[in-house]
Design a protein around this ligand. Structure first.
Ligand SMILES: Cc1cc2nc3c(=O)[nH]c(=O)nc-3n(C[C@H](O)[C@H](O)[C@H](O)COP(=O)(O)OP(=O)(O)OC[C@H]3O[C@@H](n4cnc5c(N)ncnc54)[C@H](O)[C@@H]3O)c2cc1C
Length: 291
């Protein structure tokens, strides 16, 4: 039995925002998450789908000067293939490249992944590492919020009833920045990750860590940054001991659940054992010593 929906294709962003009715509407981007949940009868079930399809065309992924702008309809594949993303936001490119299959990535959007607000969504920890701003379309204009404030709870965003995401703006990382991503799961692709780890490190001229970001997924109700572990790294030179200490602190800061993919203890152990390697890769890239 198929459900019936009201299907709207607004032609302006303001109209799209105005079309969203509280609790009964959903924005439809690629539909790879939303329609799967609708078919599985998971709640909440929308009655109205507001498609992004009719909105005016703009460049999907653009890199001008000091920022990378990923528009709401930018496909995961477009993000993966964008030269500016590969060069400056490697963890994001790697995360997007690991989502689903080629077919999924040709249909699904980065913004849809972020707005699913799933703790296990692969692109969320990597995106968090670059501290982007989310530009939100309201009925009357635009407002901005840090991505970390978009995640309000498991599969819950902080968007208001008549709001949708228009684009995500990533500031250009400082020179000598390297980043890396790793997911651990029972299958390499097409499965929810058991743990997602992403890191971005920026080095000063002497090789010390000037900025550190550690994003984690599937280990708390929402994607998180491991801020205490980040602080531990600042001003120091990465070696095996420091990486192990940071991983221990990061693992302690998680609040995982036990589910079909792994126990809470296993997830903590994965963070502790995988994070040092991800830190090393990001560090190596920041030094320009590996690709
Ligand atoms: C076979 C398969 C494999 C998958 N594998 C993975 C995987 O490995 N890793 C992973 O993380 N995910 C995976 N997914 C889930 C999904 O593909 C991704 O989360 C994808 O990025 C969602 O993008 P979308 O454009 O299809 O979003 P949609 O399904 O259209 O939307 C997702 C959610 O975001 C909301 N939304 C979308 N755009 C906006 C907007 N502009 N403003 C406000 N709200 C918005 C929707 O209302 C909905 O709640 C998989 C899905 C399938 C079908």
């Amino acid at each position: 039995m198929y459900r019936e929906f009201e299907y709207l294709t607004p032609t302006s962003w303001e109209e799209a925002a105005a079309s969203l009715e509280d609790g009964t509407s959903a924005v439809l981007a690629g539909g790879t998450d939303l329609l799967t949940r609708v078919n599985a009868r998971l709640r909440p079930q929308p009655d109205r789908l507001v498609s992004l399809r009719g909105l005016p065309a703009v460049a999907a992924v653009s890199h001008a000067g000091a920022e990378l702008v990923v528009e709401a309809r930018a496909l995961l594949d477009q993000v993966v293939l964008a030269e500016a993303v590969k060069t400056n936001f490697a963890a994001l490119a790697e995360a997007c490249a690991h989502i689903g299959s080629p077919q999924t990535r040709n249909r699904a959007t980065l913004v849809g992944n972020l707005c699913s607000a799933s703790s296990a969504a692969d692109a969320c920890p990597a995106s968090l590492c670059f501290s982007p701003l989310v530009r939100v379309q309201t009925e009357s204009g635009l407002r901005e919020l840090p991505l970390s404030e978009l995640f309000a709870g498991p599969r819950q965003t902080s968007l208001g009833p008549k709001e949708l995401v228009r684009e995500v703006v990533f500031p250009q990382p400082p020179p000598r920045t390297g980043s890396a991503y790793r997911r651990v799961g029972s299958r390499e692709v097409c499965d929810c990750a058991t743990v997602v780890v992403a890191v971005a490190l920026s080095l000063d001229e002497a090789g010390g860590i000037a900025q550190a970001a550690i994003g984690l997924g599937s280990v708390a109700p929402t994607p998180i940054r491991a801020t205490e572990a980040e602080e531990l790294l600042l001003g120091k030179v990465l070696d095996a001991d420091l990486a192990a200490q940071a991983a221990e602190v990061a693992a302690r800061a998680t609040a995982p659940i036990t589910d079909i993919r792994g126990s809470a203890d296993y997830r903590r152990e994965v963070v502790q054992s995988v994070l040092p390697a991800v830190l090393r890769t990001a560090h190596c890239r920041a030094r320009g010593a590996c690709s």
